[in-house]
Design a protein around this ligand. Structure first.
Ligand SMILES: Nc1ncnc2c1ncn2[C@@H]1O[C@H](COP(=O)(O)OP(=O)(O)OP(=O)(O)O)[C@@H](O)[C@H]1O
Ligand SMILES: C[C@H](N)[C@H](N)CCCCCC(=O)O
Ligand SMILES: [Mg+2]
Length: 233
């Protein structure tokens, strides 16, 4: 099994859009790709607008919604908090036990966390602990505008400090007419973070499935990512 863990500088930065577009592009390149979004909050996994449904549809995996997302919670909160409100506790070993059931079903996996890299997912573990356990390189998705540099820099420093491998950064949702911060941020990020920018994706007017795939194809250096795929034991 090989793959990437898609994290971000925050919730709502476009992790699912980038993950599902990436899965669609890999699929088209004949990579046997699966998806895993183990903890979902604020929406039911079968809802057509859920992260789970978009990831499933664009990857064309035969994994079920339940395989892709074994844990779901009602409130739109960090999964740990949302679970506690329902009197539930999920441990890292529970997530890994589900992972063990699906990880051999595809050669390559795109895994999505929830929110940013240090969001509490369950009892005693953060997104970064799950990344470490899965041994996957991360892709950091970030917004393009003023303020993003600080979030990206902190995410990169934190990831390095806990020993994660960083495949690169995707700056998602740049405007048609970028302002001076959006125009200068990419160079600043590469200079200080020493991590490659894999792509800068536009703000889509229509989030249709074909547009998501085309956006990733046209604006992300997928080959640079593929070259970083390494077998995880
Ligand atoms: N490039 C883009 N162009 C237009 N809309 C976008 C783009 N990227 C993301 N969006 C929209 O922004 C919203 C948040 O995106 P997305 O759901 O991918 O975020 P996320 O980082 O996965 O959030 P979460 O932490 O909840 O998983 C969605 O409504 C999505 O359709
Ligand atoms: C519900 C939402 N869409 C995300 N999946 C969860 C985001 C948790 C963010 C927690 C935080 O950083 O304060
Ligand atoms: Mg998402």
């Amino acid at each position: 099994m090989k793959g990437f863990f898609i994290t971000g500088t925050d919730t709502d930065v476009g992790k699912t859009i980038i993950s599902s577009g990436l899965a669609a592009v890999l699929k088209e390149k004949n990579v046997d790709v699966g998806v895993f979004k183990p903890l979902l909050s604020g929406i039911v996994r079968e809802d057509h607008a859920s992260d789970t449904s978009l990831l499933k549809e664009l990857s064309q995996t035969s994994l079920s919604h339940e395989d892709i997302t074994p844990f779901q919670f009602k409130e739109p909160l960090a999964p740990y908090v949302a679970a506690k409100l329902e009197g539930k506790l999920v441990g890292l070993e529970d997530v890994l036990s589900h992972w063990g059931k699906i990880r051999d079903k595809h050669e390559c996996f795109i895994v999505e966390g929830a929110g940013g890299i240090s969001v509490p997912l369950g009892e005693g573990f953060l997104v970064s602990d799950l990344v470490k356990a899965l041994q996957l390189p991360i892709v950091i998705v970030a917004r393009p505008n003023l303020g993003t540099f600080n979030h990206i820099f902190l995410t990169v420093q934190y990831a390095k400090s806990v020993g994660l491998s960083i495949a690169g950064i995707v700056i998602n949702g740049i405007s048609d007419d970028p302002d001076i911060a959006e125009r200068t941020n990419p160079e600043l990020i590469e200079e200080f973070c020493q991590v490659p920018i894999l792509g800068i994706t536009p703000k889509l007017k229509d989030i249709a499935k074909e547009n998501i795939k085309k956006m990733v194809e046209d604006h992300i250096n997928v080959n640079l990512l593929i070259n970083q795929l390494e077998e995880v034991k």
